[in-house]
Design a protein around this ligand. Structure first.
Ligand code: SF4
Length: 645
C-alpha cells in the first residue's frame, strides 16, 4: 500500500470521528503501541484483532501477550484492530471504507496474517462482521493467494466446528510457544515465496494447530488426526508483560494486569476454563512483585491487578500482598485481586487484601442456593463459609455485595431455586447485623442469575440446556419466593444464553446458522441492547433448525462428540466419571491440595502441576466459590479470563 493511499484512508476515517461516540476508540497512538511502518517486503505482516469494541478489547490479556510476542520476534511487524461500534460501522460502510489497524491505518486485507482471539461464543457474528468490514471473503475456501491467513485462538477454539468455515486455522491451548512457532513458520515460507496451501500444510504439522480446511465436512465424524492442546509448562519463568499498551480511554481492565497463576484445579464441573487450562502453574512471589513494580513504573498506572482464574489460590498470595502493601503503602497505588475465593477470603485474605482495595462491591459466586446442588457442581462450600466471608468482609469495611448464581444446572429442582432466595436473604441479614446500627442503611446486596450453559470438555458436556419456557418459569419462581425487598435482582437474558449454548456445543451445522443470523443483522450478541433473537430465530427457520433442540441436545456418554478430535489432555473417562459422581452429589478434591484425581492432563500432555510453594497451609479443604471485584462493564459475558491466550 502506498503512502498516499494510507494518508487518504487516514484522512477519510478522521473525517468520520466527529460523528461517532468515543472517537478515541479509533485514533491509536497509545503508550507502547508500535507506530513504526513495515518498510521491508520480507517482513511478516501481522494484524491482531479483537472481535468487540476497543473498550472491551483494549486491555484483553490475550492480545497483550500476543502483541508482545510479535514485538520480540525478529522479522515480524505487528499492528492491532478492534471491531468498531455500530455508529462507526455504519459510517464506514456508507463511505466504503475498510476496517483498518490503529497503528498505521492499514486495511486488514493488506496483512499476511490476521490473528483473532475468540473470547466467548457470542463473538461469533462479530467475527463475520469484522472480516466482512475488512473486505475479505467470509469463507476460508473462498480466499485466494493474496488474502491474509485468518487464524483464531482462545477458549472458544476448543470446539472448532462452528468456526471451521471462517478460520483458516485455529490454535488450541496456551498461545505463548505455539504462536511464536506459527510466526516462525509463516515468516520462513513467506520469504521462500511459498503458496497459501503450502503454508497451511506447514501449520498443520505444528502440534496444537487445527487446519479447518483439512477437516471432513460431516459433523461428528472424527478426522484422521487429533489436535493436541499446547501447554506452557514453564509458565513460572515465562516473562510477564510489563510494558502493555496503555489505552487512552477506560477499558474493561483499566489497570496493570499481572497473571500470577494459570489453571485451576478446583474442578467446578460447569467451568470450561477450569477444565481447559489445567494443570495449575504459578509464578513465584519474587517474579510477581517484580512484574508489578516494573509494570507500574513503566506505565504510570495507579492500580495493579493480580489476575488468574482464582488468585487467592496462589500458594504465596499473602506474602505477595504484604510485600506490595509495604512498597506502595504511602502512595495512591492500589493492588487488587479480581478473582478471589469465598473460603480463602474469609480467613487470611480479608485482613491482608482489603486494605489495598477500593471499597466498591464485592462479588461472591456461590452458583447454587442449596448444599446439594453445590455438591453436584463440585462447588461445595457450605453456608458457614459464606456467612463467615460476609461477616469478615463487613468487619473489613465492605458494604456492597453481588451474588452470582446459575439457574438450570443439572438436577436442579424448585427447592434449589427457593434456596437461592433464602441464601441471598441470609447474606443480607448477616451483613446488616455485622455492621454498626448507623451503617446498616449502607448495606447493598445484588443478586445476579445466569442461565447454565453446558460447555465442551466439561463433565456437563453431555447435558442439554433447559428450554426457554422452563427457564422463564424458574426465574419467575425466583422472583416470587420472598426475596428481601432491599435485594436487587437481575438476570442474564435467557435468549442470549440459548444462543451461547447453541454455539458452545455446536457441530458444523452451526457455522451456516451463525452466517445466516449475521446476514439478518445479528452482531454484538453479548450486548443485550443489540441482541436480536428475531435474527437468530429467522436464521434457524431458514435452515430448518430448532434453537431449542440445538441448545437442549443431550448426548449419550458413549456418543462421538463434535469436539472429540481436540485433545484437551482431559481423559474422556474422567469427565464421564465426574458427570456420574455429580448425579449422586459426590465431590472431587483439588489436586493441588490432595492426591492427583487422574484427570489425564499431566500424563497426556507431558506436563505437571507447578506451584511456587505448598498450598497445604491454606485453609481450603472443601472447595469453594470464586469472588470478583465487580466491574459494572457491559457486556456481562465479556469477563476476561487470564488464560484466554
Ligand atoms: S493429572 Fe492429576 S495432578 Fe495433573 S492436573 Fe490432572 S488431577 Fe491434577
Amino acid at each position: 500500500m502506498t503512502a498516499r493511499n494510507k494518508d487518504s484512508l487516514r484522512s477519510k476515517l478522521s473525517r468520520l470521528l466527529d460523528q461517532v461516540e468515543k472517537p478515541a476508540r479509533y485514533t491509536g497512538g497509545e503508550l507502547f503501541s508500535d507506530l513504526s511502518s513495515n518498510t521491508a517486503d520480507e517482513l511478516l505482516d501481522v494484524a491482531l484483532v479483537y472481535p468487540d469494541i476497543y473498550d472491551i478489547g483494549g486491555s484483553n490479556q490475550a492480545l497483550v501477550i500476543l502483541y508482545d510476542i510479535c514485538l520480540r520476534t525478529a522479522g515480524v511487524h505487528v499492528e492491532r484492530a478492534y471491531l468498531p461500534w455500530i455508529d462507526m460501522i455504519a459510517l464506514m460502510r456508507h463511505n466504503d471504507l475498510p476496517l483498518c489497524t490503529l497503528e498505521n491505518t492499514r486495511p486488514l486485507a493488506s496483512f499476511d496474517l490476521i490473528g483473532i482471539t475468540l473470547p466467548h461464543e457470542l463473538a461469533a457474528t462479530n467475527i463475520l462482521e469484522l472480516i466482512d468490514l475488512a473486505g475479505i471473503a467470509l469463507s476460508g475456501s473462498e480466499r485466494g493467494e493474496d488474502d491474509p491467513l485468518i487464524i483464531g485462538g482462545g477458549p472458544t477454539a476448543f470446539n472448532p466446528e462452528p468456526f471451521a468455515d471462517v478460520f483458516d486455522a485455529l490454535c488450541i491451548g496456551d498461545g505463548e510457544e505455539l504462536f511464536a512457532e506459527v510466526l516462525g513458520v509463516l515468516l520462513q515460507l513467506k520469504q521462500a515465496g511459498r503458496s497459501r496451501a503450502e503454508k497451511l500444510e506447514a501449520l498443520a504439522a505444528l502440534e496444537g494447530v487445527s487446519i479447518c480446511a483439512f477437516r471432513p465436512d460431516a459433523p461428528c465424524e472424527l478426522p484422521p488426526q487429533r489436535v493436541r492442546k499446547r501447554v506452557l509448562s514453564d509458565f513460572a519463568h515465562y516473562p510477564a508483560v510489563t510494558r502493555p499498551i496503555v489505552p487512552f480511554i477506560e477499558t474493561a481492565q483499566d489497570r496493570l494486569c499481572v497473571e500470577i497463576l494459570r489453571g485451576c484445579a478446583r474442578g467446578c464441573r460447569f467451568c470450561a476454563a477450569g477444565m481447559l487450562y489445567r494443570p495449575v502453574r504459578e509464578r513465584s512471589a519474587q517474579a510477581v512483585v517484580r512484574a508489578v513494580t516494573d509494570g507500574l513504573a513503566a506505565t504510570g498506572l495507579n492500580e495493579a491487578s493480580l489476575i488468574s482464574l482464582s488468585s487467592t489460590d496462589h500458594s504465596q498470595i499473602a506474602p505477595i500482598i504484604r510485600r506490595l502493601n509495604r512498597r506502595y503503602d504511602t502512595t495512591d497505588i492500589k493492588i487488587s485481586l479480581p478473582s478471589q475465593r469465598l473460603d480463602a477470603f474469609g480467613s487470611t485474605m480479608a485482613q491482608v487484601a482489603c486494605g489495598t482495595q477500593r471499597k466498591g462491591s464485592l462479588t461472591f459466586a456461590p452458583e447454587a442456593g442449596s448444599q446439594r446442588l453445590r455438591n453436584v457442581i463440585n462447588k461445595n462450600i457450605d453456608t458457614d463459609d459464606i456467612i463467615q466471608a460476609i461477616t469478615t468482609a463487613c468487619a473489613a469495611g465492605w458494604r456492597h455485595y453481588k451474588l452470582y448464581f446459575m439457574v438450570g444446572l443439572p438436577t436442579e429442582t424448585d427447592t434449589d431455586i427457593i434456596q437461592i432466595v433464602e441464601l441471598a436473604n441470609l447474606v443480607y441479614d448477616t451483613a446488616v447485623s455485622a455492621v454498626p446500627p448507623g451503617e446498616r442503611g449502607q448495606i447493598r446486596v445484588a443478586l445476579s442469575c445466569a442461565v447454565f450453559v453446558p460447555k465442551a470438555h466439561t463433565p456437563f458436556q453431555w447435558c442439554g440446556q433447559l428450554g426457554l419456557a422452563e427457564v422463564q418459569r424458574r426465574l419467575r419462581l425466583l422472583r416470587h419466593s420472598g426475596l428481601h425487598k432491599s435485594i436487587k435482582l437481575q438476570w442474564q437474558d435467557p435468549e442470549i444464553s440459548q444462543i451461547e449454548a447453541v454455539i458452545s456445543r455446536g457441530d458444523r451445522t452451526i457455522g451456516p446458522l451463525i452466517r445466516r443470523a449475521w446476514e439478518l443483522g445479528a452482531r454484538f450478541d453479548a450486548w443485550s441492547e443489540q441482541f436480536s433473537m428475531t435474527a437468530w430465530r429467522t436464521a434457524a427457520a431458514d435452515l430448518g433448525l430448532s434453537l431449542d433442540e440445538l441448545a437442549g441436545r443431550e448426548y449419550a456418554l458413549d456418543a462421538t462428540l463434535p469436539w472429540d478430535f481436540v485433545d484437551s489432555g482431559l481423559d474422556k473417562g474422567f469427565l464421564a466419571e465426574e458427570y456420574q459422581r455429580s448425579l449422586t452429589g459426590q465431590v472431587t478434591n483439588d489436586c493441588t491440595r490432595g492426591a492427583c484425581v487422574s484427570c489425564g492432563v499431566c500424563a497426556q500432555l507431558d506436563t505437571n502441576v507447578s506451584l511456587a510453594a505448598s498450598r497445604s497451609d491454606t485453609s481450603i479443604s472443601t472447595g469453594g466459590s470464586s469472588t470478583q471485584i465487580g466491574l459494572d462493564l457491559k457486556p456481562v459475558d465479556c469477563v476476561e479470563r487470564a488464560t484466554c491466550v
